[in-house]
Design a protein around this ligand. Structure first.
Ligand SMILES: *Cc1c(COP(=O)(O)O)cnc(C)c1O
Length: 381
């Protein structure tokens, strides 16, 4: 229990493990050879706390951060970040002045939007850098990589803007985490073709970035001038299809709680909404103050396991919004105040973000993001 958490449930963020991952990734992607490490700390660093993670990245020489929203960019600037901050999503014209005010590097895929950003920068006597977004097969944002004629004519207009400099181009991989890399290599070819078309047309593109976590692990030909590691920073693999032997990682987030209530119940005692748990024999039921509003997925209820004093125990009944109950009948000497590992390891048993994701039909990314939202974060080294 941590006084500063102000509740007996918390996400424990291990910054030593985070730093370990950063250094493993730097070695894997060749950061020492001058390749830019773009630390992806969007969504509050996938739930781990962007400000704290940015500090560890900074201490390890990282000079570029990527976030998803202007809100996140402003929070990072206001926390004192002096580094380049790339916003990975498009920014509507209306917010161009905010980009300029906070010196954020936008991604752009049309000249009218670029002009609005240029004008906002000009009005503040500033020049901003931008990254061209290219759609090589993700189908999300960016110039369609196949339509180079349109792209060249549009990008020429951007290149002529005095207060918005084309710093580079980026694209995003959609299946780099699959065993079959065929589509990834098609994306790579489109990326190279787009680059060649623009540079042949006399448009200078000083910087290229394509790689996400899975690409860093398994597609060395797409590392280019900079890489954008996200999920691997946090010690999770991008999918079950990547080879973990490619990169050693340590999980950064654990989720823990203390037993706040304990009772001995007779057989045929029901627990929770919908009476999904009914004791078959006398049982010991513990309650913790953590629920689905904290990111503990309700659909996990029937399969959910936690670790109490070295014993793996099932959740009893449905996870509630802010609390849940545990059948601790097999735990000897259990007491109010005992620590419950909801996600993490006690050295012998472990419950990973992947375990929770697999049981609920989602991916580890969503699990850490969700746990990061309401739970207090406690940073340990
Ligand atoms: C989220 C994101 C990343 C990082 O992806 P991971 O799979 O977590 O490495 C990189 N680039 C873009 C554009 C993204 O949106």
């Amino acid at each position: 229990m941590y006084k500063e958490a102000i509740r007996p449930a918390w996400a424990e963020i291990n910054l030593s493990n985070f730093e370990y991952n950063v250094q493993q990734i730097q070695a894997k992607m060749g950061a020492a050879e001058g390749r830019e490490f773009i630390g992806v700390i969007k969504a509050d660093a996938y739930g781990h706390g962007a400000i704290q993670c940015a500090q560890v990245l900074r201490d390890n020489g990282v000079k570029t951060f990527a976030i998803a929203t202007l809100h996140e960019a402003i929070a990072l600037r206001n926390a004192g970040a002096k580094e380049r901050i790339i916003i990975l999503g498009l920014t509507p014209d209306m917010y161009a002045d905010t980009l300029a005010k906070y010196d954020i590097t936008p991604v752009v895929d049309n000249a009218d939007n670029a002009k609005a950003i240029n004008d906002a920068a000009a009005s503040m006597n500033k020049t901003l850098d931008c990254l061209l977004a290219v759609d090589t097969g993700m189908g999300r944002i960016g110039y369609l990589a196949d339509d180079t004629d349109f792209a060249i004519s549009d990008v020429r207009r951007i290149a002529a803007l005095p207060n918005l400099k084309i710093f580079g181009m980026f694209s995003h991989m959609s299946t780099a985490d699959c065993v079959d890399k065929t589509y990834s290599h098609q994306q790579e070819a489109k990326f190279n073709n787009f680059y060649k078309a623009l540079t042949d047309a006399g448009i200078e593109i000083p910087f290229r970035t394509l790689a996400n976590s899975a690409s860093i692990m398994e597609i060395p030909s797409v590392l280019f001038d900079g890489c954008r590691p996200g999920i691997i920073l946090y010690g999770c693999y991008p999918s079950h299809e990547v080879d973990p032997a490619q990169l050693s990682l340590k999980p950064v987030m654990s989720v823990k709680a203390n037993i706040v209530h304990l009772k001995f119940v007779p057989s045929n005692f029901s627990v929770g909404y919908g009476r999904k748990y009914i004791s078959e024999k006398p049982a010991t039921i513990a309650t913790i103050g953590l629920g689905y509003a904290d990111g503990y997925p309700r659909p996990y209820s029937a399969n959910a396991k936690v670790i109490v004093n070295g014993v793996v125990c099932p959740i009893a009944g449905n996870i509630c919004m802010d609390q849940c109950m545990i059948d601790v009948s097999n735990v000897p000497n259990v007491n109010v105040g005992d620590e419950v590992i909801v996600m993490g390891s006690d050295g012998t048993n472990s419950i990973t973000a992947d375990d929770i994701a697999d049981a609920t039909g989602t991916i580890n990314y969503e699990i850490t993001c969700a746990f990061g939202q309401r739970l207090p974060k406690v940073y340990v080294k």
